[in-house]
Design a protein around this ligand. Structure first.
Ligand code: GDP
Ligand code: IMO
Ligand code: MG
Length: 428
């Protein structure tokens, strides 16, 4: 038995999907533990591209059992579309199991997300407008409906009636919006989604523990990332779940003593989509270069991602909070033609130097990055297949990160395809 967590160390889109898919080769089960269809995980295998939002990235392998844990919020319409889309290209989703305790996203959650952002105006968070925050808010307020309610029409209608009684007047008075209709929602969720999803809904905690007791290897796939974490991220510019490794315990139903390995997936530079502080952000030609070469546009929302140099200050803190055992560096190839390659090693805030993340949020907004310049390698890494083939400067860049962060690098991505990686140690 072994358990591995894949967690993003920056602001998302580090390449978690690619490395989850890669590592899943040697696993038995892949589990999503938080987030929802705000995630967009891209896999490229033999020239084919798969964009996953809810279905775990291990699904491409027939030997994997993919689980969606209780900590995930699910728009059932999107889940059905995703299953259909995958099935249409020959991916077998029949082994997928979804926790009956996972909360449902409704159209009123999405509507709330949209109007809340509009209301915030200039101060908007730049959410994905998928209803994620409002769905988690209802979960915390104990008025959420869950996947298991799709299978129980009486309970479903009772709960939804209570929710709409509360929300509809709010929509009408505050936002001048038409009310949401109980019968129409019940028809869509109970009559259409329920029957389509019933065979997938079950006790994922039980399945997970059965697998562990049988000595199987389980991978937990994080969505979003450390700095989008509700508690540990750059609040309020965060998502509404806990992507950090600790989130696995709650969102999948496993005790901390069972977690063996935590891999921090880290882009060789940094990207962020949506609003919020970003000390090493580049708004110059180099930033544009990273966007162009790295194809930094949202997997689902297509939004242009903000880009900047690698930030070691963020990583040092991510190591602590997630107890990272090792790191996977992705998109090293995107830096191929940059010289020098800069790395942010500290922040300066009001004359004070910080090696680790300032605790006060407004200091992160004012942080001035302190850079070290490293030599670029000026050649194409995309065909490299072993560490020994890396140019000296690329090797030095990776060693510099290891020294500064204090955690070994075990995997390096040098292209988007599944086979474009270098392993610095055995995969499992
Ligand atoms: P995730 O949300 O963390 O799974 O990441 P996304 O899939 O949203 O974004 C990562 C993007 O980078 C995707 O388009 C991947 O195909 C691509 N990608 C992943 N690893 C590499 C890599 O090592 N090199 C390059 N050039 N692209 C990569
Ligand atoms: P993956 O799993 C990058 C960002 C949004 C916004 C903030 C809150 O692909 O790495 P939300 O809709 O969650 O309430 O939006 O979080 N965000 C992501 N950014 N990658 C993601 O997922 C993200 N999921 C949410 O852009 O800033
Ligand atoms: Mg993504």
């Amino acid at each position: 038995m072994s358990t591995t967590v894949v967690v993003g160390t920056q602001w998302g889109d580090e390449g978690k999907g690619k490395f989850t898919d890669l590592l899943a080769r040697d696993m038995d089960m892949v589990v999503r533990y938080q987030g929802g269809h705000n995630a967009g995980h891209t896999l490229m295998v033999d020239g084919e591209t798969f964009k996953l939002q809810l279905v775990p990235s291990g699904v491409l392998y027939p030997h994997i059992t993919p689980l969606i844990g209780n900590g995930v919020v699910i728009d059932p319409v999107v889940l059905i579309e995703e299953i259909d889309r995958l099935s249409a290209v020959g991916v077998d989703c029949s082994r997928l199991m979804v926790s009956g305790n996972a909360h449902l996203i409704f159209p009123y959650h999405q509507a709330l997300d949209v109007v809340a952002e509009r209301h915030l105006g200039f101060n908007k968070l730049g959410t994905t407008k998928r209803g994620i925050g409002p769905a988690y808010a209802d979960k915390a307020a104990r008025v959420g409906l869950r996947m298991q309610d799709l299978l129980d029409p009486k309970i479903f209608r009772q709960k939804l009636a209570v929710v709409l009684h509360d929300k509809n007047p709010f929509f009408a008075k505050v936002y001048n919006r038409l009310p949401f209709d109980l019968d129409a929602l019940a028809e869509q969720y109970l009559d259409e989604c329920g029957p389509r999803l019933s065979s997938y809904i079950g006790d994922t905690v039980g399945l997970l523990h059965d697998a562990l007791e049988q000595g199987q290897h389980v991978l937990f796939e994080g969505a979003q990332a450390m700095y989008l974490d509700l508690d540990h991220g750059t609040y309020p510019f965060v998502t509404s779940s806990n992507p950090v490794a600790g989130g696995v315990c709650v969102g999948a139903g496993i005790g901390p003593r069972y977690i063996d390995r935590v891999i921090g997936v880290t882009k060789a530079y940094v990207s962020r989509v949506g609003a919020g502080p970003f000390p090493s952000e580049l708004t110059d030609d180099v930033g544009d270069h990273l966007v162009d070469v790295g194809r930094e546009y949202g997997t689902n929302t297509k939004r242009r991602r903000r880009c900047g140099w690698l930030d070691i200050v963020m990583l040092r803190h991510a190591v602590r909070v997630n107890s990272l055992s090792d790191m996977a560096i992705t998109k090293l190839d995107v830096l191929d033609n940059l010289d020098p390659v800069k790395v942010c090693v500290a922040y300066e805030v009001d004359g004070q130097r910080y090696q680790t993340m300032p605790y006060h949020q407004s200091e992160i907004h004012r942080a001035v990055p302190i850079y070290e310049d490293l030599d670029g390698w000026g050649c194409d890494l995309s065909g490299v297949s072993a560490r020994s083939e890396l140019p000296k400067q690329a090797e030095e860049y990776l060693c510099f990160i290891e020294e500064q962060v204090g955690v070994p690098i075990t995997l390096v991505g040098i292209g988007p395809q599944r086979h474009q990686y270098i392993s610095f140690s055995p995969l499992s």
